[in-house]
Design a protein around this ligand. Structure first.
Ligand SMILES: C[C@H](O)[C@H](O)[C@H]1CNc2nc(N)[nH]c(=O)c2N1
Ligand SMILES: N[C@@H](Cc1ccccc1)C(=O)O
Ligand SMILES: [Fe+2]
Length: 282
């Protein structure tokens, strides 16, 4: 039964051997891919958490470690929850994770966030103090944006950072967005030399940019380091919302003359093998 805040019991004992096996398949495939692709903070967080190949992680065990490091918890939800419920959890340092796991026939794409996307993709970075604070601030900002009727503008900031962000590190571009690090095909696509556009992150530009939930991103926005996100958390978005609402929306693959372009994609339609898998997770 669901509680008033949409949480449910993870009911860990009820996962079947087949479900643990799906986790294992996804975990092993992704873990091989991430060295040299995922950012250092993701790798460090993963190392310190009770997340392993053999079984779906237990949220109480995750919460215990997270709580010690950054004061976060993981709570189970049945799937997507209403915006205001989602924000209320984040603002209180509770990360709502899908309880269910995708079936063996849908390893590469599903509509709703499951335990693999949420735990493998999001939880490692919640071990980092900067991301811990950023996502909490997003929860609080979400409540404000909802009241102002500008949630679509704020949601784009989350999408192009927490879900699909790239960061520059010592040895090159790295992934930090959970939608990428939890997707086999998109974690290749996003760093591929020739496929997508990569543009320096600019807050108002991102707020204007629509996104697609059912295919690889045509454009990724690149930050210099994770600390850059904290300055967003501390910026008052209200005046920006006013300004951006007066401007036109931008299509996902568009490049503007004023953009700082790191690389210009040849468009993913040139990528038949990756595209075939349609490998994005929401
Ligand atoms: C805008 C907002 O971030 C988004 O729509 C919310 C809604 N509810 C959700 N619910 C869950 N479980 N996970 C999510 O990522 C979201 N995203
Ligand atoms: N600082 C934003 C909220 C926010 C926090 C973190 C990420 C994105 C947005 C505001 O004033 O509403
Ligand atoms: Fe997500």
């Amino acid at each position: 039964m669901r509680n008033h805040d949409w949480t449910i019991d993870q009911n860990w004992q009820a996962y079947t051997p087949e479900q643990h096996q799906v986790w294992k398949t996804l975990y092993e495939r992704q873990t091989k891919l991430l060295p040299g692709r995922a950012c250092d903070e993701f790798v460090a967080g993963m190392r310190e958490l009770p997340i392993a190949a053999d079984r779906i992680p237990n949220f109480e065990e995750l919460s215990e470690v997270l709580m010690r490091h950054t004061g976060w918890q993981v709570v189970a939800v049945p799937g997507l929850v209403p915006d205001e419920v989602f924000f209320e959890h984040l603002a209180n340092r509770r990360f709502p994770s899908g309880q269910f796991i995708r079936g063996a026939h849908q390893l590469d794409y599903l509509q709703e966030p499951d335990v693999f996307h949420d735990v493998f993709g999001h939880v490692p970075l919640l071990m980092h103090p900067v991301i811990a604070d950023y996502i909490q601030a997003y929860g609080a900002g979400g409540m404000r944006a909802k009241e102002l009727g500008v949630l679509d503008l704020l949601a784009r900031v989350y999408w192009y950072t927490v879900e699909f962000g790239l960061v520059e590190q010592r040895d090159g571009l790295r992934l930090y967005g959970a939608g990428i690090v939890s997707s086999y095909t998109e974690s290749i696509f996003a760093l591929d030399d020739s496929s997508p556009n990569r543009v320096r992150f600019d807050l108002e530009r991102v707020m204007r940019t629509r996104y697609r939930i059912d295919d690889f991103q045509e454009t990724y926005f690149v930050i210099r380091n994770l600390e850059e996100l904290l300055s967003l958390a501390h910026t008052d978005f209200a005046p920006l919302y006013d300004r951006v609402q007066g401007q036109s929306e931008l299509e996902p693959g568009m490049i503007l003359p004023q953009d700082s372009v790191l690389s210009r994609g040849t468009s993913h339609y040139h990528h038949p093998t990756l595209r075939k898998n349609n490998g994005r997770l929401v």
